[in-house]
Design a binder for this molecule. Structure first.
Ligand code: PAF
Length: 284
């Protein structure tokens, strides 16, 4: 497995692969890899001639300095897992190599936010999705023509990266199902910061989503009633809810859509044991 610590070198390697007629699969990550990431790598390995992975903890997408400082960094372990998973190339970089001429986050010009940056994550983590947009534009430029694999757990992010890819040409976004622990808890690099009690409690997020799905299956189509039902499920000591929301995934809106829905996605964000967790589920 090749390793590059500069995106320019990774870019040249991807170009060389394509010039030999090889298709490129790409999994962008911030490291601290788990089975969810490995499922993306496995899908890429199955669908492309070569697979590359980036590992970069992007400071632009952290709106909280403590969160950035606490984000797990496990490069050696990650590389060993990737090698075992059949990855062909891993690359990383620094803020300066992704954004030449800048040494400070404050020097980086702001992006023009795409329409997916509205409501929910945008309300509760101001600047987070703009930071994702800024880096994903650079990551897509680095790898070039490829299939890029993203996990559905970050649902609003998947809408955003599809919009970036549509403007970018050459990148096909593939969204893969959320991988869950036996309790239903969606896998996340942040889960390793949960203690046992919080990990048990965190199962309530997926339970609330499944409750909304059961109500939907029983005929409920009113988004406000579905939202209230999820909020009731999450109202437990130890859980601080940021949102328990229903959105039309085909027609994303900042607020709760009015009227009976034909397509719906339930989305939750909550802090459990000091760890911010998100999850979502298609209704119907
Ligand atoms: O989902 C993530 O890990 C990150 O948001 C991404 C897409 C790698 C951008 O930093």
């Amino acid at each position: 497995m090749k390793f590059f610590d500069h995106p320019g070198h990774a870019s040249r390697w991807c170009d060389a692969m394509r010039s030999k007629g090889r298709s490129v699969g790409y999994v962008p990550t911030m490291g601290a890899l788990h089975d969810g990431h490995l499922s993306l790598v496995a899908r890429s390995v199955a669908e492309n001639d070569i697979t590359c992975v980036s590992i970069f903890v992007n400071p632009l997408q952290f709106n909280n300095a403590t969160d950035l400082a606490n984000y797990p960094r496990t490069m050696e372990e990650d590389c060993a897992m990737l090698e075992g998973a059949g990855c062909d190339m891993v690359y990383t970089g620094s803020l300066e190599t992704f954004f030449p001429g800048t040494t400070d986050v404050a020097d980086i010009p702001p992006v023009v936010p795409l329409p997916a940056i509205a409501g929910l994550e945008a309300d509760f983590r101001p600047g987070h999705l703009e930071g994702v947009q800024a880096i994903v534009e650079r990551l897509f430029d680095t790898v070039g023509e490829c299939r890029a694999y993203f996990g559905e757990k970050d649902f609003q992010q998947t809408l955003l990266v599809r919009q970036i890819a549509a403007l970018h040409g050459g990148v096909e976004v593939v969204v893969c199902p959320t991988v869950r622990e036996p309790s239903g808890l969606a896998m996340s690099s942040r889960n390793r910061r949960l203690d046992d009690a919080s990990r048990n409690l965190a199962g309530a997020l997926s339970q609330a989503l499944r409750h909304a799905a059961a109500l939907w299956d029983a005929g409920e189509r009113d988004s406000e009633r579905l939202e209230r039902a999820m909020a009731e499920q999450l109202a437990r000591p130890g859980i601080t809810v940021e949102y328990a929301a229903v959105r039309d995934p085909e027609n994303w809106t900042a607020g709760t859509p009015a009227g009976p829905l034909r397509h719906a996605r339930a989305l939750v964000a909550a802090t459990v044991g000091g760890v911010r967790l998100i999850d979502n589920l298609a209704l119907g």
